[in-house]
Ligand binder design. Sequence first.
Ligand code: E4P
Length: 218
Amino acid sequence: MFLDTANTEYIEKALESGIFQGVTTNPTLLLKEGENRERKIEELFSKGVPFLFVQAVGSTFNELYEDAYRIYSLAPEGKKIGVKISLNQVGVGVISKLKKEDPDHVILGTAIYSADQAILGALAQCDYLAPYVNRMSTHGIDPYEAINKTRAFIDSRKLNAQIMGASFKNSQQVVYALTSGAHTVTIPYDIYLQMIDKEIALSAIDVFNQHGEELRGM
Ligand code: E4P
């Protein structure tokens, strides 16, 4: 599971859970933090992020390709960095070239709104594919059917791509994505809290703690 934020405080708290393999960001999330991209990446690695995804930006092949290399160069020794590339005509070409140049380049094909788009990302050798679950629903596209079909395609062709469900607005969407074929998900901090701190469970835990205290005094 990955955490979808660039907020250092949230990342530090969530990493304590031990269940997050890494962190995904995008330009919007980074902009929210009001910090220069390179400085923020350095800070996140220094706070213990083991694996960080950063989105390459550019509207031409060269801009996108060069930005991808800029991002790869920012990983300190022992840390992993993955580049997110939007799956459009320019993006798919850049992905194929980066993979040909070095199969160890980690690439997440992003901004996925349909199974056909995801299939092209898988064929271009993306390591991860990020279908935008909530945004798809908002546009009347069934994200779970798209995830399911993409997974069937990946498995039948024995491709390496892993589906990383993204764009979640509630914890139910996370469960549906994972049970529809997503290998993993990237979730915002508030969704992580929704999943782990259920009011009803918290009251039960309070009662156990209270009774535990009473037992200690007996
Ligand atoms: C992650 O890869 C995406 O950038 C992110 O999940 C998009 O989420 P949003 O729809 O909340 O912006």
